[in-house]
Design a protein. Structure first.
Length: 473
């Protein structure tokens, strides 16, 4: 096997592995990316919500301690608290009161909540925070409120804290992205391995099928255990190789027998021509030409039978049509010459079969002619129905066929001594062609047991129910 052929043989299975690995990896990448984005968004929202709740609590705690004309200092920031910066800012943007961390710093934000807005959560990035942004909550205090600590315009309370790294940086996105990428690659690799192991028996089957040639038809593919699709493929491949070996061997035998049968008339023809040329004065020219013509006729008959044998195997089913089998039998009987042998016909039904008229007439004619040739005095022909099959029985009262020869008579070019004596010019293909014709029509041709003579049975599937009628001759 050439390297190019071997490369092509391995390319297709490997391409399937890569294709499945890429598809599964891409699916994992898309699905995990969506899940990761949703998860990261949920985590960021949860962190921001928890921080905002702490800001709200810090502001509510401070406002609850305020009194008209009295502004208490903010409670000290606990280590675990998130509200690090607290400021009270007047309407002019001046910090009135602030805790220790926010003291001396400008307002956390210039955003002023509108009346009735309640607490507002937002992100601010003041200049003094050194590039770090703050999560800020703002509350507007109206001067006409009953507990407003100061008069002279609205005041604003700001609570803020530095954004945690989970919100200010992209650590979550990077971590989930790396995890998604690793998971997708792992999924693709696992798929590549699994598909490779799954296709390994297929590769072995493909390799064996590629090694099977006409020179060695004994090759069989390894069949894995079980009953899965690959095991079924292996068994189907072996069954195909069995049929292929049987067909090739049959054609080899047929070619050998055909060449042997053709050699005899060709040799006789050559001998006759050479004799006439070598001894022109001693050989009767007319007799020599007659013998040459006889050899040519035999050669032509063998070639015609060979062509018929081949056409039967390759006949297109499209040429078939419904046929009245009983009518075919009557037509063939009517065309036989009278030679003293009595033929009795018994028809119990009128079966219709689907087939080629020319081919089935040839089968019937061959059986009838053979029966008349071997019969002593009588041939019995019957048309019957057995289940969903039409049956034609042709039986003579001759010497019969030995049990061990009942299958041999259907082999191409096989002729029994009795047949050679009664028909010296036969080709030995008549019964072989008849059986192949019956098989091509979905039926069979066999030799059955009988008390006297030979009994041939043709069975063909019905194309429609046969009409029963009284028997007659």
């Amino acid at each position: 096997m050439s390297p190019e052929t071997n490369g092509r043989r391995w390319l297709y299975p490997c391409s399937i592995r890569v294709r499945y690995a890429l598809v599964v990896g891409a699916l994992f990448l898309v699905i995990l990316t969506v899940l990761g984005a949703v998860t990261v968004s949920g985590i960021r929202h949860k962190i921001a919500t928890e921080i905002a709740e702490d800001m709200h609590l810090a502001i509510v705690d401070w406002v609850s301690r305020m009194r008209p004309g009295y502004i208490p200092p903010p409670n000290p920031v606990e280590p675990a608290a998130r509200a690090r910066y607290l400021q009270l800012v007047d309407s002019r943007g001046r910090v009135v009161v602030a805790n220790a961390d926010a003291a001396g710093k400008p307002p956390l934000s210039a955003l002023r909540p509108a009346p009735g807005d309640g607490m507002q959560d937002f992100t601010a990035c003041p200049s003094w925070s050194k590039g770090r942004c703050l999560l800020v909550t703002a509350l507007r205090l109206e001067p006409d409120m009953p507990d407003a600590p100061l008069r002279g315009g609205p005041h604003y309370i700001y609570a803020g804290t530095v954004q945690p790294p989970a919100l200010s940086m992209h650590y979550l996105e990077a971590g989930f992205g790396a995890a998604v990428l690793v998971a997708s690659v792992m999924a693709g690799w696992v798929t590549w391995v699994v598909v490779g192991r799954t296709l390994r028996p297929v590769q072995a089957i493909s390799s064996k099928m590629g090694e099977a040639t006409a020179k060695d038809l004994t090759m069989r593919v390894p069949a894995p255990p079980g009953n899965d699709e690959i095991a079924q493929l292996a068994r189907a491949s072996n069954a195909y190789l069995d049929r292929l070996e049987e067909a090739v061997n049959a054609y080899r035998r047929f070619a050998s027998l055909a060449s042997h049968e053709l050699r005899s008339p060709v040799t006789a023809l050559r001998t006759q021509v050479e004799e006439a040329l070598m001894y022109p004065g001693e050989v009767d020219a007319h007799a020599a030409l007659r013998r040459t013509l006889d050899s040519t006729d035999r050669l032509e008959a063998i070639i015609d039978d060979l062509l018929a044998y081949t056409r039967v195997k390759d006949a297109p089913p499209e040429a078939y049509r419904p046929l009245d089998l009983a009518a075919l039998v009557r037509d063939e009987l009517a065309g036989l010459p009278l030679d003293g042998v009595q033929i009795r016909l018994r028809v119990t039904c009128q079966p219709t079969v689907w087939g080629s008229r020319v081919q089935l007439c040839r089968v019937l004619n061959n059986l009838l002619v053979n029966a008349r040739r071997h019969a002593r005095s009588r041939v019995d022909v019957s048309v019957e129905q057995a289940g969903d099959q039409a049956v034609v029985i042709v039986q003579d009262d001759g010497a019969g066929i030995a049990l061990e020869d009942r299958e041999r008579v259907f082999t191409a070019f096989v002729r029994l001594p009795e047949g050679q004596r009664l028909d010296p010019g036969g080709s030995g293909l008549g019964l072989a062609i008849s059986r192949e014709t019956c098989r091509a029509h979905g039926g069979s041709l066999t030799v059955e047991d009988c008390a006297d003579g030979a009994r041939f049975a043709v069975r063909l599937p019905l194309s429609e129910p046969a009409a029963e009628r009284p028997s007659g001759n």
